[in-house]
Design a binder for this molecule. Structure first.
Ligand code: ZN
Ligand code: ZN
Length: 583
């Protein structure tokens, strides 16, 4: 049932189109896109906030049935409007946007109607990020941000009350996560807020109001945590929890909505299985080749996995030290650029240099290196290449970290994160100027590209075909492959924890702690871990397809630049347009 309120704008839109004959072109579609995005942010203020759109910062949406209906109405209304555009009248760019919008709307409906995460994932309910952003992001004067904070506090109690009503049969894993994370955000309303209040020029009345509302918010969060601990957990103990494994049907559908791939989840899983076996074969061959160099006449282990592990362990000892870590990463970048230029791989815009910096404290300790990219509303801001500082590590932890990110692996990471991986892709993507593609960009295209460039660079001869670099690359690549095997294995094939650990530790040569972390992540998420290998496979296959078609006319640089010219669209659509363009 639609409410009158949401029918109104639709009728007006429909009336505008009626007196026009034939197709509505791109200009009209672009106008529609603008209105759509504005409306989207109104329905999803938290999402708006996270991409740097700050008009609805003071709004905290109560996640109740009324809100879900409002989302459904929004999706239905815009799906109807979309149908009034003739896809044939749109140019390539608009056509991709059209499909991205359509997928987003259908996907949002599916999440509510079928996936129903709001019933079984208590960790969905967490006000931390929404409030923390107002204190940490310096997009407006502090006083203005604190006034938004003040207004936003009004709904915290209702927010958690709705959360409690939504939870039907939760999983054990998401319940534990919710307890941990909600406990972790209380500080935002204590010390962090107090520090900001102290620095601000708010009136004493405003300050007092903020403080007293913050006390109410903390009470609501603590009440939610104690509900999970004292009501939900005992109930789980008595009646059993929902399995974190979502099963074949939901996994397959989520895969289609989230990744928008031309392959199904089953096809990607089969490809990953095959790839793992091929990689083990190639790795054993390289390890055998390297053996005499490092072990002389010592007898080679007969088991191929043992042989590979022994050689990998030895190669890991070639690494930077704690103080030279960042400069090692930094020095590699110009070498990558000059190799790319020499081999004519892709154009690198010299006007957009990448700034390398130490990972800021608040995000340190999560990743070895990462790209900090400006959001769609802030395109001209600097892009940073954050490199982990190792500050928090003991000598022993630092050694283990440096072995993991040894001389060989670091080169692969620089390719993946920076050039020609994520950073280069981002520069091209920002040129495509489509807000829709930034907002609904395909994670699997973005990750797939970075994973693709690792292999492409080595194939082009980066590192002079050093077998040690290839072997370490294969280990790294095996990680993407096993992410898929783990994700699909757990959720669809009901793989046990023991088998999961065997896959990661024995077959993918990961450290025990890393493998445990990965297993935990796989119990809490679904499909995301498949995105790396899926995107990689699609891009690699597309390149093969075009190579075959073009024969001697194939040009790697032209392929790369054309491929990246469509923004961060799903590979499936890029493929369609590239093939059509060749005709
Ligand atoms: Zn060492
Ligand atoms: Zn990546």
């Amino acid at each position: 049932m639609k409410k009158l309120l949401f029918l109104l704008p639709l009728i007006i839109l429909a009336a505008c189109t009626r007196d026009r004959k034939g197709n509505r072109g791109d200009a009209e579609f672009n106008g529609f896109e603008g209105r759509f995005v504005e409306a989207l942010w109104k329905v999803y203020p938290a999402w708006a906030n996270s991409v740097g759109y700050h008009r609805y910062d003071s709004v905290l949406v109560v996640p109740d049935v009324k809100d879900r209906n409002r989302q459904l109405d929004f999706c239905d209304a815009y799906l109807d409007t979309l149908k009034t555009f003739d896809q044939k009248s749109l140019n390539e760019n608009s056509l991709i946007d059209y499909r991205l919008i359509e997928n987003q709307l259908r996907s949002a409906k599916w999440y509510i109607d079928e996936f129903k995460q709001y019933e079984w994932d208590p960790s969905l309910y967490n006000v931390g990020d929404a409030f923390a952003l107002l204190l940490t992001e310096n997009y407006a004067p502090l006083e203005q941000r604190l006034r938004s904070f003040n207004l936003k506090l009004n709904n915290v109690t209702a927010y958690y009350q709705a959360a409690k009503r939504n939870i039907a049969k939760p999983t054990q894993e998401h319940t534990d996560l919710a307890i941990d994370q909600n406990n972790g955000v209380i500080d935002i309303f204590g010390k962090s807020l107090e520090d900001s209040i102290a620095k601000s020029k708010l009136s004493d009345t405003e300050k007092a109001q903020l403080r007293s509302k913050a006390i109410v918010a903390v009470k609501a969060i603590k009440d939610y945590v104690s509900f999970l601990q004292n009501t939900v957990k005992p109930k789980i103990k008595k009646e059993g929890a929902r399995d974190f494994r979502i099963g074949k049907d939901l996994f397959g559908k989520k895969f289609n909505y989230d990744l928008q791939s031309s392959y199904t989840a089953d096809q990607i899983y089969q490809k990953a299985l095959k790839r793992k076996d091929e990689l083990h074969g190639q790795m054993a061959k390289l390890a055998g080749q390297l053996w005499p160099k490092y072990f002389g006449n010592r007898k080679m282990p007969e088991d191929r996995l043992k042989l590979i592990r022994t050689v990998l362990d030895t190669l890991a000892s070639v690494h930077a030290n704690r103080d030279s870590f960042q400069s090692t990463v930094e020095h590699q970048l110009p070498e990558l650029i000059s190799f790319i230029q020499k081999k004519d791989i892709i154009y690198i815009d010299p006007a957009k240099p990448l700034r390398v910096r130490q990972t800021p404290d608040y995000m340190d300790g999560v990743a070895v290196a990462s790209i900090n990219a400006p959001g769609p509303y802030d395109k001209n801001a600097n892009t940073y290449y954050n490199v982990g500082s190792l500050k928090r590590y003991t000598a022993q932890q630092a050694e283990s970290f440096l072995r993991e990110y040894n001389k060989y692996t670091l080169q692969i990471i620089d390719i993946h994160e920076a050039i020609p991986g994520h950073y280069t892709q981002l520069v091209y993507s920002n040129r495509s100027q489509s807000l829709i593609k930034s907002i609904f960009g395909s994670g699997s295209m973005v990750e797939g590209w970075a994973v693709y460039t690792e292999r492409m660079m080595l194939e082009e001869g980066y590192g002079n075909n050093d077998p040690a670099l290839w072997l370490m690359y294969y280990k790294w690549h095996l990680r993407s492959v096993c992410n898929t095997l783990l994700d699909y294995g757990l959720h669809v094939n009901k793989m046990s924890e023991k088998d999961a650990m065997h896959l990661l530790v024995d077959e993918a040569f990961q450290e025990e702690t890393e493998a445990k972390g990965k297993y935990k992540r796989a119990t809490l998420s679904q499909v995301q871990l498949c995105s790396y290998f899926t995107g990689f496979t699609e891009i690699y296959d597309l390149r093969q397809e075009i190579k075959t078609k073009q024969g001697a006319n194939f040009n790697l640089k032209a392929f790369h630049e054309k491929f990246l010219s469509y923004g961060s669209a799903p590979v499936k659509y890029i493929r369609e347009l590239m093939l059509a363009d060749m005709k």
